[in-house]
Design a protein around this ligand. Structure first.
Ligand SMILES: C[S@@+](CC[C@H](N)C(=O)[O-])C[C@H]1O[C@@H](n2cnc3c(N)ncnc32)[C@H](O)[C@@H]1O
Length: 249
């Protein structure tokens, strides 16, 4: 049987690696590096820093080129399903060719594998397709946790829930009945398009990295500043990852 360790590596700072993640990395015969879209540059630097710093012996590393998703259009689920199928094929090819029976591979996943990441669904899909594989998940520090820690805030109001959603969903408006909403994957700056009255925002970009940016305040007062700072940073770096908490003030 081949074994896979799916390791959350944090979101930009090698010091977010847990003791468990470091131990898992050192158990692996092969380190697989998914290389994808928005995370590409950041992931490349972080994984290099992590492997150089934490792996004690020599190691083999194999990059998995992950196919890009087609434009979603009206059929979002259909497009994502097709994309996952193509990624599963790419992963399975690498596992079959670069991981021998009885060996252990490590898959480095940005942040935590349980949050807006397709790795677990893809590995399950590979297993369902009949490829024998055993796997363990090592949790990592997510961007949600990094955001809260850097702003020194609790995500929830006392006894209240938190909704974690995407920019795509927020574009329809601040969700009814919610007090605290964390928004990820927002390429369209949906926060600047919703009614700002009564809302506070805690925004962070490149969290955990030396380029980290943080802005907080009343949405009506800081939305334009965030749009400006975000655009300038994106132009300077060529990519951006940002996340924010919106809550009723
Ligand atoms: C595909 S999701 C991956 C999330 C990841 N699994 C996690 O645990 O945070 C990518 C989104 O996570 C958020 N994100 C990830 N890393 C970030 C960082 N260092 N700074 C700010 N946002 C980040 C952004 O909202 C980005 O669009």
């Amino acid at each position: 049987m081949r074994t896979l360790l799916i390791i959350g590596i944090g979101v930009g700072d090698p010091e977010q690696m847990t003791v468990q993640a470091i131990a898992a990395l050192n158990r692996a015969d092969v380190v697989f590096m998914p290389d994808k879209g928005q995370e590409k540059a950041a992931l490349r630097h972080l994984r290099e820093a992590i492997c150089a710093r934490f792996i004690e012996g020599p190691y083999r590393s194999v990059t998995i080129e992950t196919p890009q998703r087609a434009e979603a259009g009206d059929d979002y689920r259909g497009v994502v399903d097709d994309w996952h199928g193509r990624i599963a094929d790419a992963y399975q090819r690498r596992f079959a060719e670069d991981l021998a029976e009885g060996e252990t591979g490590a898959l480095l996943v940005w942040g935590d594998p349980a949050l807006y990441d397709s790795t677990l669904r893809i590995v399950e899909r590979i297993r369902q397709g009949g490829f024998a594989l055993d796997w363990t998940v090592i949790p990592g520090i997510s961007s949600v946790q990094a955001l809260a820690a850097r702003h020194k805030i609790a995500l929830n109001a006392i006894g209240e829930p938190v909704l974690i959603t995407t920019g795509r969903k927020l574009a329809a408006g601040f969700p009814d009945g919610q007090g605290s909403v964390v928004v990820m994957l927002d390429g369209e700056q949906a926060f600047a398009k919703i009614a700002p009255e009564g809302l506070e925002i805690y925004w962070g970009a490149y969290l955990g990295s030396p380029d980290e940016l943080l802005i907080a305040g009343r949405l009506s007062e800081v939305a334009d500043e965030i749009v400006r700072v975000r655009a300038a940073a994106r132009a300077r770096h060529g990519w951006i990852m940002d996340i924010y908490l919106l809550r009723r003030g």
